[in-house]
Design a protein around this ligand. Sequence first.
Ligand code: NAD
Length: 256
Amino acid sequence: MLKGKTALVTGSTSGIGLGIAKALAAQGANIVLNGFGDVDGPKAEVAALGVQVAYHGADMSKPAEITEMMAFAAAQFGRVDILVNNAGIQHVARIEKFAPERWDAIIAINLSSAFHATRLALPAMQAAGWGRIINLASIHGLVASAEKSAYVAAKHGVVGLTKVTALENATTGITCNAICPGWVLTPLVQKQVDAKAAALGISNDEAIGVLLGEKEPSKQFTTPEELGALAVFFCSPAGNNVRGVAWNMDGGWTAQ
Ligand code: NAD
């Protein structure tokens, strides 16, 4: 379905980003990966799906590097048809104890990077008359949790940015939508499981039970594969008139 298209997924060396990159690759899209850590493993996983894969190591907290990444993607594949703004970090502390540098980093990586990548991707999409922008928000783009001030503020911002991007392009073939997962067991969440296990003196499995039990009625993690399938739907013809939604996949978290 996406043969001949190019998808750039930020923060795709791990977790949800890699799951979405693989789901888009399985539909035939060439992929530009981005993110830190091991690169060869994720590149091989995507290439095994029979598409072309490139990598750019831009630090998403640095607008100049985002500009370089977008130029690199255009030089490699002609243009970016599908942009998935996924890179994100977390930091947990009460507001009065929240380090200002952590606030600045979360706003830069989780929110401002999506603005920069979007503003740089739109002109080529507009010239082509087709594009898909998918923003990884979170249920924390819709509701809050204590001790996550920067993350909740950034994710509410991502939902707002999604709506504006959708509206400004509403008469074109470019759509923009947000995905709002509940808990997904990635390295980002494993750190929170570890912190809970240490704080309560319980095992990893018990800490997972506590974490899911607090918020997620299904008591199940959403998987990167399920989120990848939702991204594929947004890119499909059936998604042509889905514009500006914040679509939760959260085991009932926000239904309460
Ligand atoms: P993860 O830690 O597994 O992956 C994060 C990715 O972002 C990695 O590839 C990492 O290298 C990259 N990254 C981090 N800082 C970066 C930077 N400065 N520049 C470039 N890349 C950078 O996390 P994840 O759980 O897969 O999270 C992906 C997205 O999904 C994030 O936006 C996160 O907020 C969101 N999300 C996650 C969950 C969850 O439960 N895991 C729930 C809701 C939303």
